[in-house]
Design a protein around this ligand. Structure first.
Ligand SMILES: [Zn+2]
Length: 240
């Protein structure tokens, strides 16, 4: 059995271990993603290949991604063949990315608060799948439309706000209205400060064979991702 140690990008700072063991995929697990590439199949795979077995609900997207790319490395090797639409000529090119070129950014000195110009203090958090589920539930319950999806993005990433008057706002609905009612400048401060950058950087330079110009490729977790690098034989009719 192929198994190796992975240091997770959350780096032991979000309540999951800093280092875990990850197993290569078996036929059983590949079957799951070929049958249905969904959150459910991805979560089941993560449960099965991590030692100790991790609950995917407790993981942030960055850790989940790192686990999936690592098991792909263990299963199929360093090369990842991708079919990308070229921004220069508009055609789809077959390009190869290499796992070894990817850079892992680990979470460190996570600054969890920042102040707005009005003196209110924002407490940040990094959303786990469980938090994302709560936000999905909130969206459903309050019929939040697509025009407000950025507010949902913020609700997932803000634990609470303590106002300059000492009032704590942690209820999601109150926070939703608080954020929407902020002056644009304060809202801009939140947008600037809310993002925490870490995880595996999966962009890579690709070249257009028609124009010799470079473009930036991204390795996405799609059906091609879970295949052997030198195989482009379509599975079923999904490539039709
Ligand atoms: Zn091209």
């Amino acid at each position: 059995m192929v198994i190796d140690t992975l240091r997770l990008p959350s780096n032991g700072m979000l309540g999951v271990p800093q280092e875990i063991e990850v197993k290569a995929l078996t036929g059983k697990e590949l079957n799951m993603v070929y049958s249905s590439l969904s959150d459910a199949s991805i979560n089941e795979i993560i449960r099965r290949i991590t030692v100790p077995s991790l609950d995917p609900l407790t993981l942030c997207d960055e850790d989940k991604g790192a686990i999936l790319y690592f098991t792909r490395l263990l299963t199929f090797g360093n090369d990842i063949t991708q079919f990308l639409k070229c921004p220069h000529c508009g055609k789809v090119h077959e390009v190869v990315a290499h796992y070894s070129d990817f850079i892992m950014h680990y979470l460190d000195d996570f600054t969890s608060t920042f102040n707005l110009d009005n003196g209110d203090k924002v407490y940040k958090r990094i959303p786990t799948a469980e938090i994302q589920k709560e936000i999905d539930y909130f969206k459903e319950k309050h019929s939040v439309g697509s025009l407000d999806s950025y507010l949902l993005y913020l609700l997932a990433r803000i634990e609470k706000v303590v106002t300059s008057k000492g009032e704590t706002i942690s209820n999601r609905l109150l926070l939703f209205h608080y954020l929407g009612d902020l002056p644009g400048k304060s809202f801009g401060d939140i947008v600037e400060n809310i993002k925490t950058q870490f995880g595996l950087e999966v962009t890579f330079p690709a070249e257009c064979p028609e124009t010799d110009r470079e473009f930036l490729g991204v390795v996405g977790i799609n059906a091609d991702f879970f295949r052997f690098s030198n195989s482009n034989v379509p599975l079923g009719d999904e490539q039709a």
